[in-house]
Design a protein around this ligand. Structure first.
Ligand code: ATP
Ligand code: MG
Length: 398
């Protein structure tokens, strides 16, 4: 039997009191966007759950996409029946006959209290029917059943479910405002973006490119990462690409090599803050992790962070590289991140960057050139593109 509904549970949302309408509406909107390829689906948003009417779409294909929607706690493929227990009993026999497992449990929930019979009695009645009519010998196991068959008697209908699939958890994207993700081509920043989205914070991305030192493959790699992250949003992500070459060369001309990295990152933060404010982003996000490289010691972070006021979120700050890689694999960004294309930072990496930089020294180097107009030029010449489900078909992007 092909499921005709998917029942979606919200989980964490239930704790959000009067904001709940906002949450569930956002979740509905995001889900509709993520599932937009399935044209026949219909949605029914209720107080404590959402039903997706499959209308002939394949439930397994829809399941895969649904697993990426933040704010969904779990979901089940469901079969909707008229409110007649005999119809339901026969259908359950048919469902069980299609399976080959032995132990089962019937779990009836009667939210329509006017429906005759107690839940326990209905459980027993359905189990008895199964013993008599199933095509093989079955056993009840109330603790660890191989088949947990849930029967929900609601006001509109009876729903039968045979599975509970774990959702992505978190909050619906966008409910927590928007932040600007500093996205390199590396492993860490896409993971930082994913974790931010999971908390319901939408993202735009900023990428620093240094043409002609960085090429179109580096750009494609970064955009492919965005295309992957897009699956966890409402389907699209805006990317701001900064031409960083002139400013980066100026930094290397005017700073001692040991300070070039510190000053360059101060410039990235300055540009990031300006682009964020222009685009209503409330924070910067990056993939910094304590101690990973010279610019990520607490000393460095302090000297780099002090040039801006906007909060900087660092979701992978306290994770080990292996933990970050685990998440990158789970979200399918790892294989893209390890493609061997140069990033603007890798090309200009100084040999011995200061791990304990001093603010006054960074300021002294910066005082030797008019970096402010170069920063403004970067902001004014930003190239902005939107990555959506047309990305892979859209050859004009490159
Ligand atoms: P990643 O694996 O994400 O590249 P990393 O360990 O290589 O991180 P760095 O190169 O020092 O670390 O960069 C730290 C963070 O700064 C990155 O995670 C990213 O958020 C940001 N960043 C670095 N380079 C760029 C870039 N070219 N464009 C945008 N953001 C960048
Ligand atoms: Mg990097």
């Amino acid at each position: 039997m092909e499921a005709n509904y998917i029942l979606v549970r919200f989980g964490e949302l239930t704790t959000k009191g009067k904001n709940r309408k906002l949450f569930t509406r956002k979740l509905l909107k995001n889900t509709q966007e993520i599932l937009s390829d399935f044209k026949k689906l219909k949605y029914d948003l209720q107080y404590d759950r959402m039903y997706i009417l499959l209308n002939g779409e394949n439930h397994l294909d829809v399941n895969e996409k649904l697993k990426t929607v933040f704010g969904i706690h779990s979901f089940s493929n469901a079969f909707k029946f008229e409110k007649d227990l005999n119809v339901v009993k026969d259908a359950i026999v048919q469902l069980v006959n299609e399976d080959n497992k032995t132990t089962f449990k019937i779990n009836t929930k009667r939210s329509d209290k006017s429906f005759p019979g107690k839940s326990q009695d209905i459980n027993r009645e359905i189990a008895g029917h199964l013993f008599h009519h199933a095509n093989r010998q079955l056993k009840v196991d109330v603790h660890h059943p191989e088949m947990l068959i849930t029967v929900e008697i609601r006001h509109d209908a009876i729903y039968v479910m045979t599975d509970v699939i774990k959702g992505a958890g978190g909050y619906p994207v966008g409910i927590g405002g928007k932040a600007l993700l500093m996205l390199s081509g590396g492993i860490d920043s896409p993971v930082a973006g994913y974790l931010t989205l999971k908390r319901g914070v939408d993202i735009e991305c900023i990428h620093f490119a240094a043409p002609p030192y960085t090429n179109e493959f580096a750009r494609e790699k970064m955009l492919d990462l965005v295309d992957q992250l897009r699956h966890y949003t409402h389907g699209k992500i805006t990317v701001h690409i900064v031409n960083f070459t002139k400013l980066q060369l100026a930094v290397y001309d005017h700073c001692d090599e040991s300070y070039a990295m510190t000053v360059m990152r101060r410039m990235m933060y300055r540009i990031g803050e300006k682009v964020a404010l222009k685009n209503h982003c409330l924070a910067l996000v990056n993939g910094e992790s304590i101690g990973q490289v010279a610019s990520q010691t607490l000393n460095s972070m302090q000297v780099i962070n002090e040039v801006i006021k906007l909060p900087v979120l660092r979701p992978v700050l306290c994770l080990d590289k292996l933990e970050i890689i685990d998440i990158a694999n789970k979200i399918n960004t790892y294989d893209i991140s390890i493609r061997p294309h140069e990033d603007c930072c890798t090309i200009f990496t100084p040999k011995a960057p200061a791990t304990k930089p001093k603010s006054y020294k960074a300021e002294a180097f910066e005082a030797t050139f008019d970096y402010e107009s170069l920063v403004d030029e970067c902001v004014d010449t930003v190239e902005t593109i939107v990555i959506d489900n047309q990305y892979k078909n859209n050859e004009l992007i490159f």
